[in-house]
Design a binder for this molecule. Structure first.
Ligand SMILES: [Zn+2]
Length: 193
């Protein structure tokens, strides 16, 4: 009565060995990886670089954002980070065009309101909507309030997707007197054709 199960036990290892050997052959036949496992991951595929993405395709979780954004873009836009001064790609850019949100593709600023502030970040005296409340939102930021020379700052975010963009200060040029100090990593430029 016990011959059946015993016989099966003898057969199973042989089957497993065959499967394992086959898998090893398949693995060996695969072409070598293009890059070492510890190299930086390639640039993310971010549809917002190409244009304004539909409302229902705006990510809702950090995991979803991480799939689209570079680590720097994620840290700045979704975790309120700040790129180092004078390191951003648009700090001194004078190319005519429209700057859109790197997260959702919404147009936020244009080159017509961009000015050279010398502060180390792209600076605009107004957002693309002059009313200041349609495309960007402003929030009180107390994160550096206890440090001498700072006080409460006004954070600027993309109204549509909540991306952190930078801060707005009241030391800008005419006609608004405002300086929107924006991280290059938070925006993408569409040059005017
Ligand atoms: Zn956005």
């Amino acid at each position: 009565m016990t011959a059946g199960p015993l016989a099966m036990n003898r057969v199973k290892p042989a089957i497993l060995l065959t499967i394992a050997f086959g898998a090893a052959l398949v693995t060996a036949a695969e072409p070598p990886a293009d890059r070492p496992a510890d190299s930086p991951r390639p640039p993310a595929k971010n549809p917002a670089v190409l244009g304004r993405i539909p409302d229902d395709q705006i990510p809702k979780t950090d995991a979803e954002w991480k799939k689209r954004l570079t680590p720097e873009q994620f840290e700045i836009t979704r975790k309120k980070g700040t790129e180092r001064a004078f390191t951003g790609k648009y700090t001194d850019t004078q190319t005519p065009g429209t700057y859109r949100c790197i997260c959702c593709g919404e147009p936020l600023f244009t080159s017509q309101e961009k000015f050279h502030s010398g502060c180390g970040w792209p600076s605009f005296f107004a957002p693309i909507d002059k009313a200041r409340d349609k495309t960007v939102a402003e929030h009180a930021d107390h994160s550096l309030a206890g440090i001498p020379g700072f006080g409460v700052r006004t954070e600027v975010t993309c109204r549509r997707c909540g991306a952190h963009l930078g801060h707005v200060f009241d030391d800008g040029p005419p006609p608004t007197g405002l300086r929107y100090c924006i991280n290059s990593a938070s925006i993408t430029l569409d040059p005017t054709p």
